[in-house]
Design a protein around this ligand. Structure first.
Ligand code: HEC
Length: 104
């Protein structure tokens, strides 16, 4: 799984270059910085979420069985603390690619 071993930059390059455009980890990160970082620890290896109870993204990424599909379906349901929080579909793909890139 070279995606996991490769750095974020390489990961983003690989996804951009591949035929199937799933999402863009860098865009996902930028969106997360703006919209998620108030509650979630979003950086690789950061396990201290600002909001108690919001799982750090590095933890989410490593939950067994947390597949792309599981993440995508999570974003199709209302966010627990934020019922009106809608993430556009394109951005969901970016976020999922970013979160998956945090896998150990
Ligand atoms: C207002 C604070 C807040 C913001 C902002 C927020 N979240 Fe959350 N998020 C939470 C809390 C609290 C939970 C845990 C809820 C639970 O487990 O019942 C959660 C859960 C999650 C989960 C589920 C993890 C799991 O194990 O099921 C994901 C994925 C997630 N958030 C992603 C995001 C993303 C991506 C953003 C930004 C687009 C975001 N969150 C913004 C508070 C927030």
């Amino acid at each position: 799984m070279r995606y996991i071993l490769a750095g974020l930059f390489v990961f983003a390059t690989v996804t951009t270059a591949s035929a199937v455009e799933l999402g863009d980890a860098e865009r996902g990160y930028a969106f997360a910085e703006e919209n998620c970082a108030d509650c979630h620890a979003i950086d690789r290896g950061d396990y201290a979420s600002p909001y108690f109870g919001a799982p750090p993204f590095s933890e989410v990424a490593n939950v067994p069985g947390m597949s792309e599909l599981a993440l995508v379906s999570f974003f199709q349901t209302p966010h627990p603390t934020m019922p009106n929080f809608i993430v556009p579909a394109d951005t969901v793909r970016d976020l999922v690619v970013y979160i998956r890139s945090l896998r150990k």
